[in-house]
Design a protein around this ligand. Structure first.
Ligand SMILES: [Fe+2]
Ligand SMILES: [Fe+2]
Length: 155
């Protein structure tokens, strides 16, 4: 059984962001699988590097979207992303060099952080996107922003 099962309450309603979140969840599940299979530190470190790279890409996409949506908590949200970016760099230096480093704690930390962040913070971006869609729709000035529009914003 995977460590994290996706729940519909994690969806923000922005398809491109939800896809990236699901992929991050799959990657953390792969890291957990790797631990259960007793893979070497080197293998675990490679999985962790893949997570770090994909997280970087996801944060950049999400921050771009927040800018385009003129999201008022952009700075605060970016601060949370930056803090995690730093923690991931620390984790990467510790794997393989620190005897006391604990892979179980790392996996727990990453999965807690991600699920908590998606449920609390990223949901607000979804709400902002929905409110823009709704007001555009009611004013009849623009065509309703759909998932394709958001995908284009991110490309
Ligand atoms: Fe975020
Ligand atoms: Fe996110």
């Amino acid at each position: 059984m995977p460590l994290i099962e996706w729940k519909s309450e994690y969806d923000t309603g922005i398809e491109s962001i939800d896809k990236q979140h699901r992929r991050l969840v799959n990657m953390i599940n792969a890291l957990d699988r790797s631990r259960k299979d007793n893979n070497s530190d080197r293998t675990i470190r490679n999985v962790m590097i893949a997570i770090a790279n994909y997280t970087k890409l996801h944060f950049a996409d999400e921050e771009n979207l927040m800018r385009k949506l003129e999201f008022d908590e952009l700075e605060y949200h970016q601060g949370l992303h930056n803090k995690l970016r730093e923690q991931v760099v620390n984790i990467l230096t510790r794997i393989g060099t620190d005897q006391h480093y604990n892979i179980n704690n790392l996996i727990q930390f990453l999965s807690n952080w991600l699920l908590n962040h998606i449920s609390k913070e990223d949901q607000k971006i979804g709400a902002r996107a929905k409110s823009i869609s709704a007001s555009n729709n009611s004013q009849n000035e623009h065509i309703l922003l759909n998932n394709d529009d958001f995908s284009r914003m991110l490309s």
